[in-house]
Design a protein. Structure first.
Ligand SMILES: [Ca+2]
Length: 327
């Protein structure tokens, strides 16, 4: 019998978050994952939008009973990066959130994401995989409030960073790290259990309208099919307008890479590194760096994915989303 992986999802939906969210719910329905909680994060759009988006995505996938935390705000005193509403839509979800079921939870009365993280990690030390696909503000706040708590996670799987490939928010840095570089510095400074999915691999995860059609063909009138097709079309439009895709007709499902690591690890190759976060640089704030010189090293905090079998990974995503639509 399969023992499901206990997952706490920290997320800032987000177009690519939405695809990761649905993938996770498919894996949970199939019995491979257990969703312990969702901690929404301030990021792609503001915290009240990512909270509502998280609740709605859980309702859509059939997991409306999972508790959602409200994102900690103001993690970075020097925040210089604007949110990504221009890419993901004002609501973070392609301006489609009004088409989804109403949230079953209330932002005003929800628990703070850092408190929820602390409670869940302390209740099951060494058991929970923390999947972090937004800025690391909530994780840093939890660690400040309860030092050592992040190392109670079995692993922390992060979408973030850019090592050999260019960044996306500036040439030298990726959004999730740069949006709250101080939080990232704190998390990378205190944890040894990190798995990192940087832009180096996620820039290859081009999700296309043709893939969305494969999913929706299972049952075109299902709310999930309609959402997947409409969100894909929106994201492709903004990706093209931001000149992100080198002319390819698709958009990047960055965040989905974290679930590929957990459930389809044969699609990825990793390197062991001590990753540091640049917080002082005038032109490089939020850059992820490591010592790439040959020579002895006595510390490492992360396994960093640097190669991906994108065709296979996207095929796994599509097949699991088809199962979710059919369920
Ligand atoms: Ca995200």
């Amino acid at each position: 019998m399969t023992i499901p992986i206990k997952i706490l999802l920290d997320t800032d939906p987000g177009g690519d978050d939405s695809f990761a969210f649905l993938w996770l719910q498919s894996l949970a329905k199939q019995g491979y994952a257990e969703i312990v909680a969702v901690t929404s994060a301030d990021g792609n759009v503001q915290a009240h939008h990512t909270f509502a988006g998280s609740c709605k995505l859980l309702q859509l996938g059939g997991f409306g009973g999972v508790e959602v935390g409200r994102g900690v705000i103001g993690g970075s005193a020097q925040q210089a990066v604007a949110d990504a509403g221009g890419i993901h839509g004002a609501d973070g979800m392609g301006n489609l959130s009004h088409t989804l079921p109403a949230p079953a939870q209330d932002y005003e009365t929800a628990r703070a994401s850092d408190d929820l993280l602390i409670e869940k990690l302390k209740a099951a030390p060494g058991e929970i995989v923390l999947v972090a696909i937004g800025p690391l503000t909530n994780l840093a706040a939890a660690e400040r409030k309860s030092p050592g708590v992040l190392n109670l996670a079995k692993q922390i799987v992060i979408m973030g960073g850019a090592f050999f490939h260019q960044g996306n928010v500036i040439s030298e840095a990726e959004f999730n790290i740069a949006y709250d570089a101080e939080a990232a510095k704190l998390v990378f400074g205190c944890c040894q259990n990190l798995i990192v999915m940087p832009v180096d691999v996620t820039h290859q995860l081009v999700f296309t309208p043709a893939l969305a059609q494969q999913i929706s063909a299972v049952q075109p009138d299902s709310p999930i099919s309609q959402f997947v097709v409409a969100l894909c079309n929106f994201m492709v439009g903004t990706a093209l307008s931001f000149r992100e895709m080198n002319g390819q007709h698709g958009f990047l499902v960055h965040d989905a890479a974290t679930l590929a690591y957990l459930f389809y690890p044969e699609t990825l190759l990793f390197r062991r590194m001590q990753v540091e976060i640049e917080t002082q640089g005038e032109w490089t704030r939020g850059k992820t760096v490591f010592d790439r010189r040959s020579g002895i090293k006595t510390t490492a905090n992360a396994w960093v994915a640097l190669e991906v079998d994108a065709v296979n990974l996207l095929a796994m995503l599509v097949e699991d989303l088809k199962l979710l639509v059919a369920s």
